[in-house]
Structures are given as structure tokens and as C-alpha cells.
Design a binder for this molecule. Sequence first.
Ligand SMILES: NC(=O)c1ccc[n+]([C@@H]2O[C@H](COP(=O)([O-])OP(=O)(O)OC[C@H]3O[C@@H](n4cnc5c(N)ncnc54)[C@H](OP(=O)(O)O)[C@@H]3O)[C@@H](O)[C@H]2O)c1
Length: 295
Amino acid sequence: MNANDADTRPAALVLGGRTGLLGMALCAALEAAGWRAEATARPEAGDFDLLRLAGLVRDCGARTVFNTWAHTQVDKAEDEPDEARRLNAVLPEIVGRACARAGAGLVHFSTDFVFGGKADTPRDEDDPPAPESVYGRTKLEGERALLALDPPGLLIVRTAWLFGPGKKNFVRTMLDLCRRNNCVSVVHDQVGSPTFTPDLARYTLALVDKGAQGLFHVVNSGEASWCELASEALRMAGVPCAVAPVTSAEYPQRAKRPAYSALSTARFTRATGLTPRPWVQAVRDYVLREVAPEA
Ligand SMILES: NC(=O)c1ccc[n+]([C@@H]2O[C@H](COP(=O)([O-])OP(=O)(O)OC[C@H]3O[C@@H](n4cnc5c(N)ncnc54)[C@H](OP(=O)(O)O)[C@@H]3O)[C@@H](O)[C@H]2O)c1
């Protein structure tokens, strides 16, 4: 584009878009959909300053802000609950106030880890949350703070089990591990909704296009255990490594994870007319296009 040409594309600010797993996918999807996407790295001290943050939103002319900033290390959060709360609960409310002040809509992301207890059918948006970890509790606190603030154009997208290009994730880690070992143990008694970040980014933009507001679950279709997800990725990549199913009790982790947190996307489908594609297809795309060629 010529420097004198005005850029008439709608502008978006993606908080965490420079380095975040989902943020990078959002930037790519926004550019592909004809938006101008500006991105930040992880939050700095000044980003907790409402006026400075509102200035940042205003300066880039953002119509919509996508907030992917979060404390996402689920186990580490158990040992630093204050820091987790600062990023997952306090910061979203500041972002919400900044967006309202700057006249921008806000798309905020949350997690299936707000759920806990027993279930065997996909959770919908009205199911009562019962988080079992610091991460889940602080993310729920962030959702509730934003819903109470109710800034204009607020959309909260709960998602789950992300994998995709550009940053470490479960699928990538499994493939790396299995190339160096003959057998890996993977938990089979936690079931959720594996989700490909480029799909999530496109589906989120579909909600934005429809002017959707409020709380939505957005994930790929179907459900899997970590063991099934790893097995499928290895099969696609043709890596000859055995996967040994183990229980959560046999693989203790610092933070408790939900036993079943698959999400229902019925509300998303009603709003957009779209049905998310199955996670197996998405894993195939990711492994064949992104991971295998890099090996
Ligand atoms: N990943 C998943 O499986 C998953 C599942 C459900 C929901 N979500 C939600 O989806 C959103 C995006 O997740 P993501 O996986 O894309 O996140 P991510 O890549 O781990 O991080 C997103 C942003 O937050 C920053 N960040 C992460 N941990 C931080 C910390 N301890 N201190 C300071 N900054 C930190 C990152 O900075 P750096 O790039 O410098 O690390 C990046 O800017 C979040 O709201 C998350 O809660 C994720």
C-alpha cells in the first residue's frame, strides 16, 4: 500500500498476538479476513494502567480488542495464585474498562477448566462452573468481572485444549517426545475438546461478524482423552511410538484437571450457522502441514 493511501480496513488490537499461541492465529485470521491487526507481546506493568491501555486501544484505532493475555501455566498457577489472579481476573477488567473508554468492542477468552465435578455430556454455557484449580478459579473470576462490568460489545469465548502453529503445545510436545522414546505414558481419564487455533480464530471472527455478545463455547467438534489426542497425532505423523494409557492418579500433577470438560457448541452454531469441524481433521491438518515438514 502507498504511504499516502488511507488504510480503510477495520482495525483490531490483539493483546498477546505477537507471541501467544492463540494470539498469533487470531492475527493471521484477521489479516486473511481483511482486517488490520496490531499485536502486543505479554503484558507489561504499564498495561495495568487503565488510561495508558485505553490510549493504546485508541491510538491503533481498534474497532475490536482480542484479549488472549492470561496466566496459562496451570500447574505453576498453584504456586503463584496472586500472579495468576492479577493476569486472569484483574487485568481482564482493566482491559474491559479501557475498551469501553476507547469505544472498542472486546473479545475475551476463557477456558473449559472453569468446569469440574462429574459429567458425561458436553457442557453448555448455562452449566454451573465448579473450577478445581487456581487457573480455573481465576479465569472464572475474570469472566464474572467482565460480565458484571458489561462493556459495550463484550464477547467471551470459552475454549479448550489448544494446539496450533508457532508455539509449544500438547500435540507438538508429544511428537517431539515420541521421536526420542519408544513408549510414552499419557493420561486417559481426562476428556475434553481438542481445538486447533486457526479454526478457533476463524470461528471467533464469525461470531464477531454476526455481532454476537455474551458467553459462547467455541471448540472443534467431538471429544477425546489426552491419550486419544496423542495417539491420533502420532498415527498421522507416522511416528512408531507406543502410547500407554495411565490414570490421573498414576500421573500426579500440581493442579487438578477436570475429568470431563468437553464443551457444547450448540449456541455458537445457532449464532453463526456453522458447525465446527471434527478435531481429528484439524489434527491431521496441523500434523501434516505444520509439524511433519519441520521434523
Ligand atoms: N492453551 C490452551 O490450551 C487453552 C485452553 C483453554 C483456554 N485458553 C485460553 O485462551 C487464551 C489464549 O491462550 P494461549 O494458550 O494462546 O496463551 P499463551 O500463548 O500461553 O499466552 C497468551 C499471552 O499471555 C502471556 N502470558 C502467558 N503466561 C504468562 C505469565 N505467566 N506471565 C505473563 N504473561 C503471560 C503470553 O506471553 P508469552 O508469549 O511471552 O508467554 C501471551 O502474551 C487464554 O485466555 C487462555 O486462558 C487456552
